[in-house]
Ligand binder design. Structure first.
Ligand SMILES: Cc1cc2nc3c(=O)[nH]c(=O)nc-3n(C[C@H](O)[C@H](O)[C@H](O)COP(=O)(O)OP(=O)(O)OC[C@H]3O[C@@H](n4cnc5c(N)ncnc54)[C@H](O)[C@@H]3O)c2cc1C
Length: 384
């Protein structure tokens, strides 16, 4: 058994998830409500502070433990999208925050008193082209004054802290386009109504995403993470972890779809025999299984390298792409296997189908992963 298996953690997560069955998620989905009870249970059990070092009140586990937790959440039919950001946003604060900041924030997060679930990078005009973002933080004494707009800032209404990437030097005045970006930790409890406004965006799945408007929001300089102007590097340093964790979620989704499809194929009888006796039903499920296993292997390889202190940029990206492809393929097969019932809410298949579709686009789209591989692994000319 590999160290990355974390069987005890997996079993504990499964037990917790059993209290949040399909009808819990269905009701939330119908009303577009946040899974407050589920997130509270995960927090109380310490799963969301798995990556916080013990000296700050967390369990000090490695990324493979976080991956196991998120995979099992998805595998159980739940939705980790409501709370996964804390796990990967944490790394930026851990690696680049000051000792004072860590001592101030991390124990509160570990104790479940506050949440750090919001990550403000994407903007409506710049999109994937992060270095073109326009939200600007102007220095004014011991504060920054922030103006601009973010979009798709998920969980903002359910988070106390937001990691915000903004410009502190206009792009035209920097030597490199990746310079002049700065990370601020925004205390959203103070910011709301004082220069920050949040507007929810309804999406095809229940994701609590929002757009955020900043108009003269004052953020103490003490809340800057690391040095001014180096924020892009800090965010980038967390990307491998983010990709690996999302890939693990996709593997969990794939397993849920494959098990659901297999069970239904065995039990549904048409023309006097189970539909699963037909190769036309069996083969797509078997293929989805093989794709899931391949993605799972790549997740493990990315985790192995990550935990050995290497920079698994290629593996993390490939894991994310293979995982997202595997989960969407498994989702499609699951709908097809269920025939008309795949579209009925009470089977949860259509909900999970909508939820897993996101991972082809966010947090990074498939095209951008292919562009990364083309440029950084294959040495082809940069396309953008
Ligand atoms: C539900 C949801 C939640 C999200 N949560 C967050 C969050 O919490 N925080 C946050 O900061 N962001 C978040 N995002 C934003 C997400 O990361 C972006 O949507 C994603 O990175 C794509 O950016 P975009 O939507 O601006 O697409 P665009 O950049 O406009 O791209 C549109 C399409 O064009 C393709 N494309 C663009 N440039 C190229 C190129 N050079 N070559 C080939 N193809 C290209 C893209 O792959 C994409 O398919 C979320 C998005 C969604 C939908």
């Amino acid at each position: 058994m590999q160290a990355t298996d974390h069987q005890e953690i997996r079993e504990a997560v499964r037990r917790l998830c059993a209290d949040y069955p399909g009808d819990y998620w269905r009701d939330l989905d119908n009303d577009m409500r946040y899974p407050t009870e589920f997130v509270a249970a995960l927090t109380e059990s310490g799963f969301l502070s798995a990556l916080i070092p013990e000296q700050y009140g967390g369990s000090g586990l490695g990324l493979s433990a976080a991956a196991a937790i998120l995979e099992e959440i998805q595998h159980a039919g739940c939705n980790g999208g409501a709370c996964h950001a804390q796990m990967y946003v944490m790394g930026t604060v851990l690696r680049h925050g000051s000792e004072e900041q860590k001592q101030h924030w991390l124990p509160q997060i570990a104790a479940g008193k506050i949440r750090m679930q919001a990550f403000g990078v994407t903007e409506p005009t710049s999109g994937t082209d992060t270095t073109s973002l326009r939200t600007f933080a102007r220095r004014d004494g011991d504060h920054y004054v922030v103006s601009g707009q973010k979009i798709w800032t998920s969980r903002a209404e359910h988070s106390d802290l937001m990691l915000l990437l903004c410009r502190t030097t206009p792009k035209e005045q920097t030597a490199k386009r990746t310079d002049g970006l700065t990370v601020l930790l925004v205390d959203m409890r103070e910011a709301l109504g004082n220069g920050m406004e949040i507007r929810p965006i309804r999406t095809m799945m229940n994701h609590s995403t929002t757009e955020i408007f900043f108009d003269g929001l004052r953020v103490p300089v003490a809340n800057r993470i690391g040095e001014e102007g180096k924020g892009f590097r800090y965010i980038l340093s967390g990307m491998n972890a983010e990709r690996i964790l999302i890939a693990a979620e996709c593997v969990g989704d794939s397993k849920w779809f494959i098990e659901k499809a297999t069970a239904y194929a065995k039990e549904r009888v048409v023309f006097g025999r189970p539909i699963g006796q037909n190769q036309g039903i069996q083969f797509p499920i078997a293929k989805a299984y093989a794709q899931m296993r391949a993605a799972e292997l790549m997740v493990r390889e990315a985790l192995r390298r990550y935990e050995a202190g290497e920079n698994p940029g290629a593996e993390a990206n490939m894991a994310k792409m293979l995982g997202a492809d595997a989960s969407f393929e498994a989702a499609n097969v699951c709908v097809q296997t269920h025939g008309g019932f795949g579209f009925a809410q009470e089977y949860d298949v259509e909900r999970k189908f909508r939820e897993t579709r996101l991972y082809q686009v966010a947090p990074i789209s498939t095209n951008l992963i292919l562009a990364f591989l083309a440029e950084h692994v294959l040495g082809l000319p940069r396309s953008y």
